[in-house]
Design a protein around this ligand. Sequence first.
Ligand SMILES: NC(=O)c1ccc[n+]([C@@H]2O[C@H](COP(=O)([O-])OP(=O)(O)OC[C@H]3O[C@@H](n4cnc5c(N)ncnc54)[C@H](OP(=O)(O)O)[C@@H]3O)[C@@H](O)[C@H]2O)c1
Length: 238
Amino acid sequence: MDLTNKTVLIIGGATGMGFATAQLVEKLGGNTIIAGHNEEKNNKALEQLSDAADAFYVDVVDPKSIQKLFKNVKGVDHLFVTAAPGGTGDFVEAPLEIKETYIYGKFWSLFMITKEAVKKISKKGSITFITGGFTKNPIKGTVLVSAAFHAVEGFAKALTVEMAPIRFNVIRPGFIDSGFWDFKEEKEREKLFEENKKQIAVNRIGRSEDIAQMATTIMMNSFINGQVIEVNGGKLPT
Ligand SMILES: NC(=O)c1ccc[n+]([C@@H]2O[C@H](COP(=O)([O-])OP(=O)(O)OC[C@H]3O[C@@H](n4cnc5c(N)ncnc54)[C@H](OP(=O)(O)O)[C@@H]3O)[C@@H](O)[C@H]2O)c1
């Protein structure tokens, strides 16, 4: 099983889980197209990929930018989306304007992307989204994150019916040291990793490669469809 002659579009592919997936896709013989809203990061990633790889600008909260991306890319066999602006925040202080919330950054961006993607993607292809552990185990400050994740998981499941035979799946990662947490000070980040490690059965924080392995498995196995797959090292009871 490999990805020879397959083209994989990874939105969010310049960094973290998306970039690890781009690298693995190439090892498995596929061609990668990465897309993101930071040209510098796109170019840096492209330098580390093969000559066949390509990069495009896209801002996932801008419908025109999404339409332009899908106009520019030729055939796509598989799509993996990790990009999602926004994050946690106090429920009481949450803005009433939906465009300023994580619901828009996570869920509505995928809605807009998928509407364009289904016009371009191979009927034998797949689309994979990312949610996270807050779907099942919300903590304070994750009301909109959890709501967005639930929406994405329901969206994917229903799409498998409406858009068959294109496959839709969701990876629900645990705690992953993908660079996503780099906004925190090093000491604070290390403390966070140590605390989280105690709750993970395999006693380590996840790596971007753990997610890349699952993302490519989903692409290659045409019988995986409509699933939410947890990749979290096993959670210990707290
Ligand atoms: N890491 C974890 O522990 C964890 C756990 C559960 C779920 N997740 C999910 O995983 C995803 C993050 O992936 P990651 O961990 O690999 O982090 P990451 O490296 O930050 O990847 C996200 C990528 O998306 C890009 N992006 C952000 N906003 C964008 C926009 N408006 N348009 C286009 N691209 C945009 C980012 O670019 P910039 O950096 O330039 O903004 C970055 O390249 C999120 O959806 C998150 O919910 C992560």
